[in-house]
Each structure stands twice: as structure tokens, then as C-alpha cells.
Design a protein around this ligand. Structure first.
Ligand code: UN1
Length: 505
């Protein structure tokens, strides 16, 4: 395929998804495919004034949408799910083109969108509040959940479509409007999602204008949204560095946030582990998506009795894994997103060597020339947990360290800033249960005999500490998208005060 044909494929695919060629040409933001470095589009960024106007409009839309019954709002999300089903192949392909994901992961991401739509449709009839026992006679106490307002969504390049859908599907059934700022590295997938959503909106019929929109902008455009008083909730996915800025800025104006930030996820391999299963799970967790998931397995603590066997098996997997252009091959590892990502990977590997690490893999692989960054995933044996192991490097690097005492392994696993995902491989119920207990993993996700990545949407997704504490997706994460009112109704003839207080006038 010649260089120019990738651009034509982009135009053709985007056209099928409903985005015109005009939207892909002549803009001020160049989009490059990480698969070969080619410039595939130039899209227009929005000015601060345009973003503000969009937020104002979303606020007006919210005022209407909040009055629409939940199940009817669910109908919009049901239609979105249908449109996504119809566009799954094409949207998955654009994810591969723009974010460099291998085809099954590009498609998997769209499936994740469909799944959350299904979940949200059911949820639209289940926005339950409690009825609570009251201490006063002839009273009823209950809680009701109300729509919150405009939800601002900030998403990262690595899950360019799924993270938006987790937020948008829930926000919409909860009666909110949404404004989305995708990563400036992946605006095309976002434009495609908007076109898909617009088709669902058209079929729905009478949704207020400006209910769910997106804009392309660099960081300064995101700041406009973060600081805007009419954005009631900012749901931001990205680095801890970004979250450290967004969190306080939104808090300053008493807005709400859902922060889903970095992960430095670890696995523990115990003496009783099913080694075949553990190796497969770790290989996917550490090398999948070229190490660019927030849930990627980055650290591994292996019991000394299994260490040599585990390292030998992992080396085989690392040296054998196929690396290639996701658009042309069925390789398992695609490119890093850009040169910065490659530089960060190299820096971390240098630092690991300086800290006594032994590296297998990690070298650049020439797949499509100098303008794309394909690397063999790196397995780094570390004498102890030190140096770059304490940082999240968004690249396929797995540090492996030996342990002899289970409690030490637990302590090492928890000894980093981030607290997103974790896993243990064991057939020993004491180890498994301790890992899941209050003194076990301190992460938002703790798995047994399953890797750290690839969570399904039914559970709440997010983590503790520097991961930001937010929860998105399943379980009761919807509550963060609504405001709770406690209501007490007196249907009697007296006015008893709580706590037995008397105040007779
Ligand atoms: C992310 O990397 O930002 O659990 C999200 C997973 C995916 C979502 C990852 N379902 O790996």
C-alpha cells in the first residue's frame, strides 16, 4: 500500500462512517497514523469562544433533557448501540488506523462501547433511590437521584472511543448533556463517533440540539472546559500529571470530577500458580496494546521457587511475539503512538539498566521506516523493586522481581503511587483471599487468576491513590453522574423534631 493510499483509505472509511472529506482537510491540526507516520488528515480545532458557546448550548439542552423520562433517554442510547453495531468494522478499523491497535483490539474497543450502551439502556430504568427508616412518626424519608448538568469528558489516545462511550452512555441516561474533548492524537475516531451518535439522535427525533457534542482542541481547549462553571462534572482519563492539574482546578469552583489516571499495575505469581494460565495472562496484560493501556501489567513479583521457570517462559513469549503493521498483518504488537512514547520507553530501559536490570527485547523493529515506532516489548529482570519500577512508563516494559515472602510481595505491589489494577496467580485460597482483603491489594481492581487488563464494563472501573479515585462504567458508577437529594415527607399532623429537640413557640 503506498503512502497516499492510507490517506485515501481514511477518507473512504470516514465517509462511510458519516464524516465528510471537507472535515478532514485544510484544518490546523495534523493527524498522523502511528502505523507508518503518514499524515492522514488535517482537522480543525475549536477556539475558546466556540467551546464556550458549545458548553452554553449543552447547558440549555440539559435543561430540556433532564425532564425526559429515564427510559426514554435510554432509547437514545439503545439507538446509539444499534448504530455502533452497524459501524463496528469501520470504526474498529479507524481505531487501528489512528491509534495503531491490532484489529481484534480495535474491534474489541467498539464491542466495549456496545456493551456499555446495553448496560446503560437497562440502567435507564434502574436509577433507584432508597427509602430509609425514619425516627419520626408519620414521616417518610427517601432519596432521589437527579440529573447533574453538563458532563465534560476528556479522553486519552489509547482508548479513543470506549472511554467516551462509558461516560456518554451513562451521562445521557442519567439526564445530562455531554461535551467531549478527545485526545489531540485521536480526533478522527472522535469525529466518527459523533457522526454515529448524530445518526442515533436523528432516529430518536426530538432530543434537544447540542445535547452531546465534541470538539477538537489542544490542551488549552480542554482548560476552557475544565474552568467553565456550567460544566458540573469533568470526567478525565489520562496521566496523573494531567489529573493533578484538572482535579484542583475543578475543585476550586466546586465542580465535580471523575479522575481515571495512571496505573502501575502489578501481578504476583505464587508457588501454586497455574503457570500456563499465568504466562498467557501476563503476556496479554504486558504486551497487549503495545503496553499502552492504563491497565497494562508493568511489574511482576514471582516466588523464588517459580522464578526461573516463569522468566524462561516469558522470554520465549517476548522473543517470539509478532510485531507488525496492524493494518496489514495479524501481528500481536502494533506501534507506539509517537516518538515521545518511544523516547520514554528508551529512557526507562536505560534507567532500569543503571539500576541493575537485565533487559530482554526492547529494541526498535523496522516495520514501516523511520516515521513510525515499533518496538519489541521488553522484559526486564530487576534485582529488587527500584528506579523506573516506581513510575508508569506508557510502553511495553515488564519488570520482573523475585520474592520469597508473600507479605513482602504484597508490600512491593502496593508501594507505588498509582492504584489502578492488580492480580495474583495462585491456587491457594489463603493467598487469594488475603490479596482481596483489606490488607491486600490497594487497587481499584484486584483479580485472581486473571491479568490486570481487559476489564469488562459491568464492574466499576478506576483506581485509588494517584489513579485519582474515580469510577466509571458499571456497578453503581452512574451515581457520580447524578446528584442525590434526601427527602423527608411529613404526612402527620404533628411536627416532631429529630433527635428529640423541642422548640415550642
Ligand atoms: C484504559 O486503558 O484507559 O480494562 C482503559 C481494560 C479496558 C479499558 C482500559 N477495558 O483494559
Amino acid at each position: 500500500m503506498s503512502a497516499s493510499s492510507l490517506k485515501s483509505e481514511t477518507i473512504e472509511l470516514m465517509g462511510k462512517l458519516g464524516v465528510s472529506q471537507a472535515a478532514l482537510e485544510g484544518g490546523d491540526l495534523a493527524v498522523h497514523s502511528p502505523t507508518n507516520g503518514e499524515k492522514i488528515a488535517e482537522v480543525k480545532t475549536s477556539s475558546a469562544a466556540e467551546i464556550k458557546a458549545q458548553i452554553e448550548k449543552a447547558h440549555e439542552a440539559f435543561k430540556v433533557w433532564r425532564t425526559v423520562p429515564g427510559p426514554r433517554r435510554g432509547e437514545l442510547v439503545r439507538l446509539l448501540g444499534e448504530e455502533l453495531r452497524a459501524s463496528k468494522e469501520d470504526l474498529g478499523r479507524v481505531v487501528s488506523l489512528e491509534a495503531g491497535k491490532i484489529p481484534s483490539e480495535g474491534l474489541g474497543e467498539v464491542q466495549e462501547m456496545i456493551d456499555i450502551c446495553d448496560f446503560a439502556v437497562g440502567l435507564s430504568r434502574q436509577l433507584y433511590g432508597l427509602t430509609i427508616a425514619t425516627e419520626r412518626a408519620d414521616h417518610r424519608m427517601m432519596e432521589t437521584w437527579h440529573p447533574l448538568g453538563v458532563v465534560g469528558i476528556i479522553s486519552a489516545f489509547n482508548f479513543p472511543v470506549a472511554v467516551w462511550s462509558w461516560n456518554a452512555a451513562l451521562a445521557l441516561v442519567c439526564g445530562n448533556s455531554t461535551v467531549w474533548k478527545p485526545s489531540e492524537k485521536t480526533p478522527l475516531t472522535a469525529l466518527a463517533c459523533q457522526a454515529i451518535l448524530d445518526r442515533a439522535l436523528a432516529k430518536f427525533g426530538d432530543a434537544p440540539e447540542g445535547l452531546a457534542t465534541m470538539f477538537v482542541a489542544e490542551r488549552d481547549g480542554g482548560e476552557v472546559m475544565v474552568d467553565h462553571e456550567k460544566v458540573a462534572l469533568v470526567s478525565a482519563t489520562g496521566s496523573t500529571r494531567m489529573g493533578r492539574q484538572v482535579g484542583p482546578r475543578v475543585a476550586q469552583r466546586f465542580g465535580r470530577t471523575i479522575l481515571e489516571l495512571g496505573g502501575n499495575n502489578a501481578g504476583i505469581v505464587c508457588p501454586s500458580a497455574d503457570m500456563d494460565m499465568a504466562v498467557r495472562a501476563i503476556a496479554f496484560g504486558a504486551m497487549g496494546t503495545a503496553g499502552q493501556r492504563c491497565t497494562t501489567t508493568r511489574r511482576l513479583f514471582v516466588h523464588e521457587s517459580m522464578y526461573d521457570d516463569m522468566v524462561a517462559r516469558l522470554k520465549k513469549a517476548y522473543l517470539g511475539v509478532t510485531i507488525g503493521d496492524p493494518l496489514k498483518s495479524d501481528a500481536l504488537v502494533g506501534p507506539l503512538i509517537d516518538k515521545d512514547a518511544a523516547d520514554n520507553m528508551n529512557k526507562a530501559l536505560e534507567s532500569a539498566k543503571a539500576s541493575g536490570g537485565t533487559v530482554t527485547g526492547g529494541e526498535r523493529v523496522d516495520v514501516n521506516g523511520d516515521a513510525s515506532y515499533y518496538y519489541r516489548p521488553a522484559l526486564v529482570e530487576m534485582p529488587e523493586q527500584t528506579g523506573p519500577m516506581f513510575e508508569e512508563t506508557f510502553a511495553p516494559i515488564l519488570y520482573v522481581t523475585k520474592y520469597s515472602d508473600f507479605d513482602d510481595a504484597l508490600e512491593m505491589q502496593n508501594a507505588v503511587g498509582a492504584g489502578l489494577s492488580s492480580c495474583i496467580f495462585t491456587l491457594n485460597v489463603r493467598e487469594a483471599e488475603k490479596f482481596l482483603s483489606a490488607v491486600g491489594s490497594d487497587c481499584g481492581i484486584a483479580n485472581v487468576n486473571i491479568g490486570t487488563s481487559g476489564a469488562e464494563i459491568g464492574g466499576a472501573f478506576g483506581g485509588e491513590k494517584e489513579t485519582g479515585g474515580g469510577r466509571e462504567s458499571g456497578s453503581d458508577a452512574w451515581k457520580a453522574y447524578m446528584r442525590r437529594a434526601t427527602n423527608t415527607v411529613n404526612y402527620g399532623t404533628a411536627l416532631p423534631l429529630a433527635q428529640g429537640v423541642s422548640f415550642d413557640i
